[in-house]
Design a protein around this ligand. Structure first.
Ligand code: SF4
Length: 465
């Protein structure tokens, strides 16, 4: 599929609408509700960037905002209930604050059944709805909604476009996310992403590097590269480039201390990539390696394209080649047809890999996916009982994994004061674990050595080494 990178002219048109919006937005406030993954968070930073350039200021009190944006996610069923509840609340609020503008975007806007639900319920109070492929048109759509007082709905089914140079307002001044590719080609049978985000589209490496060089110049120290399937990056480029090659180029950017990436797919984890992780100091040695299930049968019906044995062999290979490698993962419990034996396979993999942390989910049916049509759905009670056992196991391993760090010296980027205990400074060790310690504000933004003194399950404590 030919990827169309939007022309400078198209982006200039949107800049024109940003200018035009200034007379309406200056002095007004915006708030964004962000659901779901880091990709959505990154897109919310772009929405915030556009809103700020229009003249809006951020408020953390959504009720007082003049513009409220719901950046939605459809990966789990409870997100639907949540958004419908929120829309109901803001519908009531809009009765007294009639000039409040409500906008909805993100993955749910790409689901026809959800858009229909919005039309039938509180969605009549939405001033604009736009999808994942045309986020860059937000200034134009907002301008039309504000000036014509007519609802704007612009949802594209096509997914062959890439927009560069959208203004961005980042949440942190030290750590930044950079989306390197959009969409996914994998069609795991439980996942809605390929339907709402389209096929894989990789950004040109020059554009990614330009963005990261700019971030380094602005003092950013840690970069997280984002994509639904980052290690299949670059296959669709006119001049194909592997994710490993891209990582090597990014490592050459001065000033960047650590590079993380999210999420790779086990089936696309090449030896070349393992070598780059092993040899490049800046690349994290904490690998997020989604397992989803430890049962080969379930993996097959999930369309994951690897077996239990292949997954474990990949972990072993990485352990040999990457000193001090650690793993985190995602696991789904209660996928259609999962037997007790299948579930025990998952528990077996968890025991063997000994993850530093695991995001555990109960399988959630998603309209439009293959798994939703499977007849052998698992009873809620069984799912609940299994996830309980899994979480217990994951947590018991977590403390043991934390214990390994006690007494070691770790390099930490000092991020600021801890939100839960402002007496302490906070940062993350390489594996991503939070560490709290005492120190002065002069350390914020620096990379320092800390000696780990204690593990407290969800975080570590340390002292200056
Ligand atoms: S790799 Fe599978 S789970 Fe991940 S986004 Fe693609 S289809 Fe969804």
């Amino acid at each position: 599929m030919a990827i169309k990178v939007l022309s400078d002219e198209e982006m200039r048109v949107q800049k024109g609408f940003i200018e035009k919006m200034r007379s309406f937005a200056t002095g007004k406030m915006y708030h964004i509700f962000t659901m779901g993954c880091q990709l959505n968070e990154n897109e919310s930073e772009k929405l915030a960037g556009m809103a700020s350039e229009m003249g809006y200021s951020f408020t953390d009190q959504p009720e007082t905002a003049d513009l409220v944006i719901f950046n939605t996610c459809c990966i789990r069923e409870n997100a639907e209930d949540k958004i419908l509840g929120q829309l109901g609340y803001f519908k009531a609020l809009k009765r007294t604050k009639t000039d409040m503008v409500l906008a909805l975007c993100g993955c749910m806007a790409q689901e026809p059944h959800m858009v229909e639900k919005f039309h039938k319920t509180h969605g009549q109070h939405l001033d604009l709805i736009f999808g994942t492929h045309n986020l860059y048109r937000f200034p134009e759509l907002l301008y039309e909604a504000v000036t014509t007082q007519k609802k704007q709905e612009d949802i594209w089914e096509m997914d062959g476009t890439l927009a560069e140079d959208i203004p961005i307002k980042r949440d942190s001044s030290l750590k930044a996310s950079v989306t390197i590719m959009y969409g996914c080609n994998n069609f795991c049978s439980y996942c809605i992403v390929p339907y709402v985000r389209g096929r894989e589209r990789s950004r040109e490496p020059e554009k990614i590097l330009e963005e990261i060089r700019g971030l380094a110049k602005d003092g950013y120290k840690e970069i997280t590269l984002l994509g639904q399937n980052v290690n299949s990056y670059g296959k669709d480029l006119a001049n194909p480039m592997s994710f490993a090659e891209l990582l090597k180029e990014i490592c050459k950017v001065d000033g960047i201390f650590r590079i993380r990436f999210m999420s790779p797919h086990p089936k696309d984890f090449s030896d070349e990539l393992i070598d780059v992780i092993a040899t490049e100091e800046k690349v994290t040695k904490c690998i997020h390696l989604p397992l989803q299930s430890g049962s080969t049968n379930v993996l097959k019906s999930m369309n994951r394209k690897y077996t239990k044995e292949q997954y474990l062999a990949l972990v072993d290979k990485m352990r040999v080649k990457i000193p001090n490698v650690t793993f985190t993962t995602d696991i789904i419990v209660g996928f259609p047809g999962e037997t007790e034996e299948d579930f025990l396979d998952t528990m077996d993999v968890v025991r063997r890999v000994r993850y530093d942390s695991a995001f555990t989910f109960v399988y959630s049916r998603r309209v439009g996916t293959v798994a939703d049509k499977m007849e052998n759905q698992i009873e809620e009670e069984v799912k609940k009982e299994r996830i309980g056992r899994l979480i217990e196991l994951v947590n018991s391993i977590l403390e043991e994994q934390n214990e390994k760090f006690v007494g070691t010296i770790q390099k930490v980027l000092v991020e600021g004061r801890s939100k839960t205990n402002p007496e302490m400074l906070t940062g993350r060790i390489e594996s991503g674990k939070v560490i709290n310690f005492s120190g002065g504000d002069d350390l914020i933004g620096k990379v320092i050595d800390l000696k780990i003194t204690e593990q407290r399950k969800w975080y570590l404590t340390g002292v200056l080494a």
